[in-house]
Design a protein around this ligand. Structure first.
Ligand code: FAD
Length: 414
């Protein structure tokens, strides 16, 4: 892999940018792999990268039914943060944020991490008390969180109407939170994994799993049968489908989650603003677009589109807080299918089948988890034992009742 640098940019500029090598290979599909990963979203690609880099396993295939990054990872609103309530989540998501902080250098690919702060608003005294409790729990978890008064909120986000129909009573901010470029994360991991020899196979849907005596031995795909010593599932909204192929059930519901962007405007919003009560969040991308999200469409679906009523609700919520945006036009709207568990925490680790691993249940918040998800799943696959950071996130918790309820920490209710 040729490194990207100022010098290589200058050299290519002289050559009218005709000489850039392809970012990742388009390999022939082999008959057998040490590890097959199903799904080339952020989690699948990161897992392949860390398997190759940290554990020297090179005979890996990542199978993708569509195109790389075309699932939720290419459809999300790019928020990264680690302000979670429970210690297990805080430790895991802060590990992820720390990996994000060094990711551009690690992958030699600019993932455009912008730690502009993530502000969560309270709209009543009762909610403020809840938010203070949340912020204190975060601090006990050794992650920074700062309570802001309404005046401090206004100073930070001048366009916000703190006296709106649901007056802003304050909020809390994680200053290391922010956004990064989702496509760059996918492309960066794909390029780096491919350079280690990982085969990324697009347009290759897994249609069945080969199972012998409780152990997976391979996958059947639209491009033929492939043998594998170990298989890992990283398919987000399709997790239930893959579990069905493996003949076990996961407590996951798949729902559409929408997002939208406005036409680009000059920089005017320098923080990510989230309101769990008015039910919206908004940030401004480096291209100037306002990136808007809200709650999931509350019905089950595998179709990657959402309904108009929820779209209207999201926009009304943004305009309630930011009347100045009233005259903006929306440029695009889209949806992904998110995989939501009863406690809105992920499902990671071993499965009832031998040599089959799962990374799913990411719901509305798995983008921020991509580096840590990849790192810990690679360890889990190699050692056949959950990485210490994820041992509480296994399927067993739905039998023991040891749930990690992060419903409130997902920012908007789902
Ligand atoms: C609108 C929206 C906004 C979001 N905003 C945020 C946010 O701001 N911050 C945050 O942290 N998270 C956010 N999320 C959630 C986040 O995007 C996901 O949790 C994360 O991207 C999941 O990554 P993944 O790699 O597991 O799944 P995906 O990126 O969906 O990748 C899974 C891949 O598996 C492939 N696949 C499925 N079935 C098969 C099969 N049978 N064979 C082969 N391939 C298959 C799919 O085509 C897909 O490419 C948002 C999600 C949406 C939809």
């Amino acid at each position: 892999m040729k490194g990207y640098s100022f010098l290589s940019l200058a050299r290519q500029a002289l050559n009218r940018h005709q000489g850039w090598p392809v970012a990742w290979r388009t390999p022939e599909l082999k008959k057998n792999y040490d590890v097959v990963i199903i799904g080339a979203g952020g989690h699948g690609l990161a897992t392949a990268y860390y398997l190759a880099k940290n554990h020297q396993i090179k005979n890996i295939a990542v199978l993708e039914k569509g195109s790389l990054g075309g699932g939720n990872t290419g459809r999300n609103t790019q928020i990264t943060r680690s302000n979670y309530f429970w210690p297990q989540s805080a430790a895991f998501f802060d590990h992820s944020l720390k990996l994000y902080e060094g990711l551009s250098r690690e992958l030699n690919f600019n993932v455009m991490l912008s730690q502009r702060g993530l502000l969560t608003l309270a709209h009543s005294l009762h909610e403020l008390e809840g938010i203070q409790r949340w912020a204190n729990a975060i601090r006990i978890n050794e992650i920074e969180a700062e309570i802001l008064s309404p005046i401090e909120v206004k100073k930070l986000v001048p366009l916000i109407d703190i006296d709106c129909r649901f007056p802003v009573h304050g909020g809390f901010i994680q200053r290391r939170g922010g956004i990064s470029r989702h496509d760059a994360v996918v492309w960066g991991y794909a390029r780096a994994a491919s350079a280690y020899g990982v085969d990324i196979i697009q347009q290759c849907e897994v249609t069945a799993l080969n199972i012998q005596s409780g152990r997976v031995t391979g996958v059947q795909t639209t491009r033929g049968t492939i043998g594998a010593d170990k298989i890992s599932i990283a398919v987000a909204g399709h997790t239930t489908e893959l579990a069905r192929m493996a003949d076990f059930r996961v407590p996951i519901t798949s729902m559409p989650l929408q997002a939208m962007v406005s036409e680009p405007i000059k920089p005017c919003l320098h923080t990510v603003v989230m309101s769990p009560v008015i039910h919206m969040y908004v940030s401004q991308s480096d291209r100037g677009e306002l990136v808007i999200g809200g709650g999931a469409d509350l019905y089950n679906s595998y179709a990657q589109r959402g309904g108009i009523p929820l779209l209207q609700e999201n926009i009304a919520a943004v305009l309630e807080l930011f009347p100045a945006f009233t005259r903006l036009r929306l440029m695009r709207q889209w949806a992904g299918i998110v995989d939501i568990t009863p406690d809105t925490s992920p499902v990671m680790g071993l499965t009832p089948l031998q040599n089959l691993y799962i990374s799913g249940g990411w719901g509305t918040g798995g983008y921020k988890a991509i580096p840590a998800g990849g790192d810990t799943m690679a360890y889990t696959i190699v050692h056949d034992e959950a990485h210490p950071l994820i041992e509480d996130f296994g399927l067993a918790r739905f039998e023991t009742g040891a749930l990690i309820d992060e419903g409130a920490a997902s920012g908007v209710s789902h």
